[in-house]
Design a protein around this ligand. Structure first.
Ligand SMILES: [Zn+2]
Length: 99
């Protein structure tokens, strides 16, 4: 049975899901996010990354800006890929079993 809701996951979980896309995705999240505080004054860099797997099986990275400590967020779509979906299900099941 599918139980899709937003679920906090770790960077290791992200790596498990996306395999060899991991570095590219982390790069995107870290360096291609926009900070409202800096408004493009600095090259973006997101620190303290936290990840949520949302109900669409997409990734939402949240962290803080290296320069102004402002909150940053980056949405990365994974939804379409069957392979990713299979592995996000495994993650969801493993997290449920822990509780
Ligand atoms: Zn900033």
């Amino acid at each position: 049975m599918e139980n899709r809701k937003a679920l906090p996951i770790t960077l290791e979980d992200v790596e498990f899901i996306v395999k060899d896309q991991f570095e590219m995705i982390i790069d995107l999240a870290k360096y291609n996010s926009f900070c409202m505080g800096c408004m493009g004054k600095n090259e973006p860099e997101m620190l303290d990354l936290k990840v949520v797997l949302n109900e669409m099986d997409d990734l939402i990275f949240q962290g803080k800006c290296r320069y102004c400590n402002g909150k940053m967020k980056r949405y990365i779509e994974l939804g379409e890929s069957k392979e990713y979906h299979m592995r996000t299900q495994l993650i969801r099941e493993s997290k449920q079993n822990k509780n």
